[in-house]
Every structure is written in C-alpha cells, then in structure tokens.
Design a protein around this ligand. Structure first.
Ligand code: TRP
Length: 326
C-alpha cells in the first residue's frame, strides 16, 4: 500500500524512485495505490485545482505502467472507512509524539498561520490509509520512515489493547538503496519544487527536454587519462545509464578516459535518449487525461476494490473494540 500526493508534476526522480517500484510490486503482491487528496487539505484547503491534480497524477502513474486492472488505484476521499479508523487511531496517538514529528515541525515553519489539528494528526491519517488494508509493505522514500514508525506504534497499541487485528507495516524497496536521480545543475536530486530547469518532468515537451539537458553543467573535459569524474559529470553519466543503451554509455566512458570526450555531443545524445524515453509516457498521460470517462471508470473500479478490503477490516476493528452492541 502506498499513497501518492496529488501535488506537482511527476518527474524523473519520482519515476525511477517510486513509480517503477509500484509497477514491479503489482506483479508480485496484492497492491493498493491511493491518491492522497485528503492529506493535501492539511496544507492546501483551497480545492479548486484538486480535480485537475488528481486526474493528472492518476494519468501519469497509469502512463508509467501502473495497471488499474492489477492494482486497486483509488482516491483517498472515496473510501469513507478511512475516516472512521482515523478517529479510533486518534485516541491512541499522543500530542507529545505528534508535535515532535519532523514533517509537522517543518510545515509549522512553512505555514505558521495554518497549524490545524489535521496537520498535527497527518501521520494518524496515513496510518489509517495503510492499516485499513492490513498492509505489511509500504513502498516509500526515506522522508516517510518516521510516519511508518508511528503507524507501527498505533498498531502495537491497538493490538495490545483490543486484540491482534493489524500486521506491523514496514517500508519496502527493491534493493537496499533507492535510486536517486541527480538534478541537471549538479546540486542534489531532481525535485518537485526546486530549480525547475534542473528537473525533467514526464510532461516536458521534446524541445524543453533538449533545452534542459543542453544546459546541464559541464566543464572543458579531463586532461589526464582515466581521471576521476567531478560530481556533475558523474551525474550526466548516471542519467545516461537510466535511458541510453549500453553501447552509447561505453562509447562516452572510453572517450572520457582517453580525454577525447566532447560534452556537447554527449548532451545531444542524452537529450535524444531522454526524448525517446519521456515522449511516449507524456503522450500516453495526455491521452488518458483527455479521457474523463476512462478516468472515472478507473476511480470507480479502484474505490470498489479498496472499499471491499476496508469494510472487511472495519468489521474486525469494531468487533475487537467491542462496538458491536447487537
Ligand atoms: N505522506 C505521504 C507523502 O508525503 C503520502 C501518503 C499518504 C502515504 N498516505 C500514505 C504514503 C500511505 C504511504 C502510505 O508522500
């Protein structure tokens, strides 16, 4: 089970870091992937862009390979059982630990005039999302580790107090390290909010992709054979390994090692390979976005699967809590 925030555009970092994991998991597990529209209300109470954003994030994930026939792909707000479980879990969540959460403190700093109770209990809602399906594996990045630890705490408290209903959810990734996709300006990784010219989005058109790649930071090239690559050059090779074929990578590696490399040519090649990689995903996402009836069908089908699982869990929860009076 995992949740996807309906903010911003998907970029190459999301694709290789998250979505590709989901696509692989759908072949091996029963999966629930949810658009976290309710979570976005904790910081963005204005809902006028929500529909467009939800449609976009669904389209981009499907275009990247998520299959609505294989997984439950649904919107958080369509599953009302979540709110009931959230309420019960709130009684097992303590003010002190919620106030210590790193993401909460960060958001208080960013939105000092909107420190609402929903923001404080954001991790409780997230725990409800997960354990509503009694999920064990949660594919998420490092920034979500603390939320998962809190989810495990609520599970332990619930199971201890009312009887064992929930497994303890764990962060899950294939391999030990998440793939980090470097930004094009050599200063960290691709990100939704920072320098947009250094991040490749799945929605970028061909010319914009070329323009961004050609602006990537390089220098005049190595002067000694087999020298170590500076970080920003290593990053260009890293990006090339994601989208280019073996022969191309070998060619530029050996040109680097014998000091004949021309970074202009390398970036031209990388730009074309990026275009070849991104263009079909962009096109497919656009086609899906323009097909509102298909999106409606996807959401209905997803909600139906999620509801079935949620209803079964909530029966167990009410039973365990002794909320069945007849
Ligand atoms: N908090 C997550 C994020 O910021 C999104 C999310 C909401 C989530 N519910 C979840 C992730 C359930 C995993 C499981 O990215």
């Amino acid at each position: 089970m995992s949740g996807i925030r309906p903010t911003g555009f998907l970029h190459l970092g999301n694709y290789f870091g998250a979505v590709r994991n989901y696509v692989r998991m759908q072949e091996e597990y029963e999966c629930f992937f949810m658009v976290a529209d309710l979570h976005s209300l904790t910081t963005h109470p204005d809902t006028k862009d929500l529909k467009v954003n939800v449609h976009r994030v669904l389209s981009e994930n499907i275009a990247s390979g998520l299959d609505p026939d294989k997984v439950a792909l649904y919107c958080q707000s369509h599953i009302h059982e979540t709110s009931e479980l959230y309420l019960y879990l709130n009684m097992l969540a303590y003010q002190g630990e919620l106030e210590k959460t790193v993401t909460f403190k960060e958001k208080v700093r960013q939105h000092p005039n909107n420190v609402n109770a929903g923001l404080l209990t954001y991790p409780v809602l997230q725990a409800a999302d997960i354990i509503l399906h009694r999920a064990s594996l949660v594919p998420v990045g490092k920034d979500q580790e603390q939320h998962l630890e809190m989810a495990r705490n609520y599970v332990q408290r619930f199971n201890h107090r009312y009887g064992k209903v929930f497994p303890e959810p764990q962060a899950f990734n294939y391999g030990s390290e998440l793939i980090k996709v470097p930004s094009l300006d050599g200063t960290g990784k691709m990100s939704k909010s920072e320098n947009q010219m250094a991040t490749l989005y799945l929605s970028d058109d061909d010319d914009l992709i070329r323009k961004k790649v050609m602006k990537a930071k390089t220098d005049s090239g190595p002067t000694e054979n087999n020298s170590k690559k500076p970080d920003y050059i290593e990053n260009i090779f890293l990006l090339m390994r994601l989208v280019s074929d073996e022969g191309t990578i070998k060619k530029f590696e050996s040109e680097y090692n014998n000091c004949t490399i021309r970074y202009g040519d390398m970036k031209k090649q990388l730009a074309e390979d990026m275009v070849r990689f991104i263009a079909p995903i962009r096109q497919k996402a656009m086609d899906i976005r323009n097909n509102e009836s298909y999106l409606k069908e996807v959401m209905e089908k997803g909600a139906e699967k999620a509801r079935r699982s949620a209803k079964a869990t909530m029966e167990l929860v009410r039973q365990a809590m002794g909320l069945n009076y007849y």
